[in-house]
Each structure stands twice: as C-alpha cells, then as structure tokens.
Write a protein that binds this ligand. Sequence first.
Ligand code: AMP
Ligand code: MG
Length: 526
Amino acid sequence: MMKELKIRDRFNVELPADNSTINQSRQVFDACFSFVTPKIPSKPLLIHASSETADLLGLTNEDVNSESFVNVFSGKELLDGSKPYAMCYGGHQFGHWAGQLGDGRAINLAEVEHNNKIWALQLKGAGRTPYSRTADGLAVLRSSIREHLCSEAMFHLGVPTTRSLSLILSGDQVMRDMMYDGNAAYEKGAIVCRVAPSFIRFGNFEIFASREDLKSLKALTDFTIRHFHPKIKSEGKQKYIDLFQTVAKKTMEMVVHWQRVGFVHGVMNTDNLSILGLTIDYGPYGWLEGYDHNWTPNTTDRQNRRYRYGFQSRVALWNLVRLANALYPLVEETDPFENVLDQVQTWFFQAYLKMMHDKLGLAKVSAENRGMVLALEAVLQKSETDMTIFFRRLADFSKDTDVKDGDKFLDVVRDAFYQPQEITGEILDEWRSWFVSYQQLLLSEERDDTARAEAMNVSNPKYVLRNYMAQLAIDAADNGDYSIVDELYALLKNPYSTQPEMEKWFVKRPEWARHKVGCSMLSCSS
Ligand code: AMP
Ligand code: MG
C-alpha cells in the first residue's frame, strides 16, 4: 500500500464550481472548474517514476512500487477523499483568441501537503472532460516520455518548471495522425502525473475577462494572490498591478533560462503560460542543436515561426499584454500595466546580457559588451554550430592563446561545428575578431582560466535532452525496452557535471536525425 497523502484542496473548495457534472464537451460558465472522474485504464503499467518528485510528496521507493501507486496515478483508483476536477480556461493560440479551451485531457487529482508545502497533482491523458472539445482526452507514449523526461531535466538544469512524478502505460490504444498528413495509426496510450504548486495559466484569467464575468475573475485573481503570491500585501487595485508585475518578472526570468540552455517551448499560447512563471505543457518543444534564432521544432508553426528560439522573449511580452488585458477590469487603468511592461522589458535586456556574460565566464557585466554578444550570436549562425558543445568547450579556452595567426585558436571549440571545413575565409575572420575581443575582456579580468571554467560550467550544461535522444528512448520504449528512459533520466539529473561513462551523450546530433520526425520535426499531435 502507498502511504496516505494529506489532501489540502483549495482550488476546488474555494473557487466557484460548474454546477453540472455532465462529462460532455460544452461551454462552462461562471465556474473555475468542473468535477470529473478519470477514465479507468485497462492495464496500467509503471514505466518510470521520479524519485525526486516522489520525495517532494513524502513518497518512498516502497510507495512508488506499490500497486496503489500505479492505480492512483493512472486514474484507476481515486485517492481517499479526493474530488478530481478539470480547469476552465481560454487562450490565444498562435496569435488569435480561441475561446474556451480548458483541461481537455488533464485531470487534477488533489492538492496534497508535505513538509509544509502544498502540491497540485494532475494526470495528463486520463480521459475526457467537458473541455475536451472533439478530442479524446488521451495522451500517447511518445509525448508522455517527452514530458516526463523534460520536466525533470529542466528542474535539474535550474529552469523553473512543473515536475513529473510518473509515467504509466494505460494499456489502451490511442489513434493519432502524428504529422497531420492523413496517416492515422494506433499508438500506445500513457498517463503522466504532473506536480506543481498550481497549474493556473494566463488563459484562466482571460476566459472570465472575455465573458465579462467579473465575479469569477476577481475570485480567481484574489485566490492566486492569497495562495501563490502571498508577499503581495497591497490592497485594492494596487494588488492586481503588483500581481501583474510579479508574474511579468517571473515569466521573463523563465525565458532568460530558456535562452541560456537553448530550450524552445514550441507552443507559447497563453493557455500554456503558467501564472507562476513555470515552464508548462511540454508538447512539440525542442533543444537547439545548431545555434539558430529562427529555429522551431514545431511543424505546425513552420510557416510563421512565431515561437522560434530568438522570438521567445517577444512572445512572452505579447502574452503578458494579453494577461494585462484580462486583469484590466479589476484596475480600469492602462498606465500601470504599461509601466510594468516597460520595466520588465528593460529588465529582460539586462538579465539577458548578464546571462550571456555568465555563459562567457565574464565577471564584470557591462552594457558596453552588448556588441560583443551580438557579434557572437551572429557568427554562431554563420555556420551550423552546436550550442551546448560550443559553450561547454569554450570554458577550456586559455587567455594566452595566440588568436592572431592561423586557425589553431579555434581547436578548442572545433568539435561544435557541424561542417568544420566551412570555417575559412570570412567566417574564420569573423571568428578571429570575436576571439580577439573576448580575449581582451578575459585579460582585463582577475579570474584565472580555471576559476573561469568552473564558473562557466555551472551556466552551460554539458547534457541536455537533445531531440534525437528523446526519440531513441521513445523508439526503444515502443518495443517494451525502457532502459533508455532510465538512462536519460539518470544522466539529466546532473547536467552540469562531466559523467565520463556518459560521453556518448555529449556529441552533436547524428546525421540520421537531421530530418527525422520526432528529432527535427514535431507536431502538436500528442
Ligand atoms: P495544447 O496545444 O496541448 O496546449 O492543447 C490546447 C488545448 O487542447 C487544451 O485545452 C488541451 O487540453 C486540449 N487538448 C489537446 N489534446 C487533447 C486531447 N487529446 N484530448 C482532449 N483535449 C486535448
Ligand atoms: Mg496546453
């Protein structure tokens, strides 16, 4: 038996509930959520559990391996005293208002308390809810592996994120048209249990503002402040401005981290932005391999590339404007929101510059170095250059290197180039002039090479969940072999430490993965 979890429900106790319990796709008014029951899976099988996330809930290894664990976190059995529910929210998808969306395949089991912290537990892929629209409420194994591994990897990278407790096969088949090209096929169904202080999104506020339901909007906003931003002590309208400011800052902090590690979310719709500034909803995300501001893994977004790597901060700001519009009825003034947006934009530029200084091992942050950073970003994009390997190897650059002659100075980072033979002529000149200015900055600092390398290696991960790595884990898991899931999970617990027996994961993307579905191309189908 799994130990009993201490239920401390707030969302489904303090906020207005849908008074219908009919589990059919429909519009839900004047309510923050609907009570629902997870679908009973035919043959749940635990593939993997995160012991770190289990620990947050006070669950031991023995608990994780019990039959009740797999039953509860697959939706087969309800926790005693729990009242599961799906949240009502709306959202702007790809720049357009999409109306009511909601938890179409997420079911919140309960909020539980451990060590004075309260965690919301949410199953993804546990069946239909009133918000499922025309879809089935289910999730497939491939996208569940991606969500489970990436949530935990992001946490260990120091990026704010929702967590993942478990990855469970449902035993049911799910029909998906993976690339939306008319080739639908059955895939294995799976359920992930996500864990976070809350899963409230920007879209939860937008839906009420769009319906002019001020009562629910105020209830939800006050609830959010009370439980998740308790440092806000102001009253009246000011507290809503303060909430907006807090959320804006946290959101932009999260984006600075994404840029640092080369993470591209892929679907930054307002229904996928957390009010806590956590990375949420791991769908067609990807990791930069070749450093490229225009890259997005999401084929659904191939034309406009709205959610490309180099645009994530602008999209975050655009989403914050949507949140400001949603909160506006509680304030009825635009100036305070605009001031916050201006401030946070300025803050982002400074934070981004500081982050790039950290990646480069420069202790003295100066606005004058902006040109040097821009020059690096430009030359990195001239010839395909692996972001992770480049920054990791750069830590070994010595201040005394001769950068004036030949091209030996590039040896330290040569491994990062996908086409090393291309680095000649103008590109080589550009690299030389960048290294000259970098070297000058290093020489003007007191830090020696060793201290600088140590500092850089805590900003620049050695191991990230490259798209092809997740795909290898998925292909094996599809055949019943979960060893790569286990291996990647263990590897990504220590992304900044060299793990000598794991060198095979510190390599560029292999050529076979360049144009392969799942590695360079992902759709929203999951
Ligand atoms: P996403 O693009 O995954 O963030 O999903 C957008 C909306 O579609 C959310 O309201 C989801 O709950 C819903 N949705 C996505 N996939 C499914 C599915 N298989 N069944 C039901 N709803 C879904
Ligand atoms: Mg979503």
